[in-house]
Each structure stands twice: as C-alpha cells, then as structure tokens.
Design a protein around this ligand. Structure first.
Ligand code: HPA
Length: 273
C-alpha cells in the first residue's frame, strides 16, 4: 500500500508556504493545451522543478508549473505539465497533482487531455466531455494506492464523472455555441499508439476516445472526495480509422487549431462551475 501522506506531505508544506490563496477549482492542461494558462490572471506560478521530489514531465508540450490564477470570480490551481504513467512514473507520482489539489482545498477538478477518436463520428478537432472512464489498465495499481483503509467493496466512484459538473460544462458549450460530444474515455498504457486491432476491440467495448492519461487522476481525485470532469480534445482519428500514420506532431497541431474554442469552453465552464 502507498501512503501518499508519508511520501508527499513535505511537498504540501513547501507549496503551502507560497500559495496566495486557497484554490477552488483545479484545472489540468493536456498535451498541446498548455497555452490556456496564459489566458487568465495569474497571481503566482511555481515551477515544479523548484519543488523538491516533484516528478519531471518529459513529454513535449508539458511545461511544469503550478499556477495560482483567477477567472470569473473563481480561484484556480492550473497544472501545466502532466505526469504520465508511460514516462515510467508510479501511479502515486501520476496522481500527486490531485493530492496537492485536494490538500490545498480544491473541491473540483477539470481534467483536459488530447485523445484519439475511436468513435468514427468524432473527427479531429472535436471536443468530448467524458461520460465515463475505463480503468482496467490501472485497477490493480489504484487498489494499492487507495489502500487497505478503503472499505471493502465500497463503490467510491458512483459520481465519476460528476453529473453536476458535466451538466454545467454542457450548458457552457451551449452558451458559447461550441459543439461538445460526450463519450467513454478509454485509457491505454502507452507510450506507443495503439494497434488497429486494439482500437477495434476498444470500440466494441464502447470506447469513444482513447488516451494515455486522465484516468488515474480522475479515480484518485474522486476517491479524495473531489468532483471530477474531463474534456478531451480529439486530435486525430485513432489507429486504423484513417490512412494517416499517428504522430505527436499531429496531436499538437490539432490541439493548436482548436485552442480558441477550447479556451472559450473552459472559461465559460469555470464561470458556471
Ligand atoms: N491514442 C492514444 N493517446 C492519444 C492519441 C491516440 O490516438 N491521440 C492523442 N493522445
């Protein structure tokens, strides 16, 4: 069993000395979506490299910062620089930002990510709100993390994602006239993209989008009592759905193309949450 408190309480002490306020909403910026951090008023930015023992994100497009920002009357903790399981980090390191968010007082977390479209109707450039998650990749690891203190067979995830957050984000999309589809976010281990037959299998199981992040954070944050929602930017057709080979460059290009809609949607969502 992993004891987050034992491992990371010194990080919390270090960050608490620097925070300008108690944040309400945590926003995690996915691949290619990091620009959002520059679009809101920021009171304090902490480079994660300055925090002793904080894992370093090695993926292009993930700068490591914790921003304490304000928008729409809300106090935000914006995490720029995700830690992925495929980078070789442990699940406890991947969910460390959620532990920080919870310990600093956030009640809600909005996760964002780049994902491949498995549902053939979800074209590159679409935005998708997660209606559910698949956790099979990490269930054993997550069990170690949630640990023996968790009541046996208790369903910790009845409100994952948060129905209330999802309905407010949907309202935000109507108000901003941005089309937002809904679907099952399926996590794969990575770091390589999936094979064509894997994607066929995930589709048969109901997947709408596939990505290599988000699920550990979503489950852990929910287990800590936070309300959780997730928005995916569909950056490419998943393997086999188009003739084009998948690449991180395409992921970054598409995320860049939709960043204005993404920014409007996140801003309006923050106002309503
Ligand atoms: N598969 C997995 N992760 C991804 C993809 C994909 O096609 N696109 C962006 N992240």
């Amino acid at each position: 069993m992993i004891n987050m408190h034992k491992e990371y309480s010194s990080i919390i002490d270090e960050i608490k000395k620097q925070v300008p306020f108690e944040p309400e909403i945590c926003i995690v910026l996915g691949s290619g979506l990091g620009d959002f951090a520059g679009k809101v008023e920021t009171l304090k930015s902490i480079a994660t490299s300055s925090i002793h023992n904080y894992p370093v994100s090695t993926v292009e497009g993930h700068q490591g910062y914790l921003h304490f920002s304000r928008y729409g009357g809300k106090k935000l903790l914006i995490l720029q620089g995700r830690i992925h399981y495929y980078e070789g980090y442990s699940i406890s390191q991947c969910v460390l930002p959620m532990y920080i968010a919870a310990k600093l007082g956030c009640g809600k977390v909005l996760l964002t990510n780049a994902a491949g479209g498995v549902n053939p109707l979800f074209k590159p450039g679409s935005l998708m709100l997660a209606s559910s998650f698949n956790s099979s990749v990490i269930s054993k690891k997550l069990a170690d993390l949630l640990g023996s203190g968790t009541p046996h067979q208790k369903n910790l995830f009845l409100n994952l994602p948060s129905e209330e957050m999802n309905s407010k984000i949907m309202d935000a999309s109507f108000k901003e006239n941005i089309s937002l589809c809904k679907g099952l976010y399926w996590m794969t281990m990575g770091p390589s993209y999936e094979t064509v037959s894997e994607i066929k299998m995930y589709r048969k199981y109901g997947a709408d989008a596939v990505g290599m992040s988000t699920v550990p954070e979503a489950y852990y944050a929910s287990s800590m009592g936070l309300d959780v929602a997730s928005i995916s930017c569909i950056t490419n057709f998943a393997a086999g759905l188009s003739a084009q080979a998948l690449s991180h460059a395409e992921v970054m290009e598409t995320a860049d193309r939709v960043k204005h809609d993404f920014e409007r949607l996140i801003k309006k969502s923050i106002e309503l949450l």
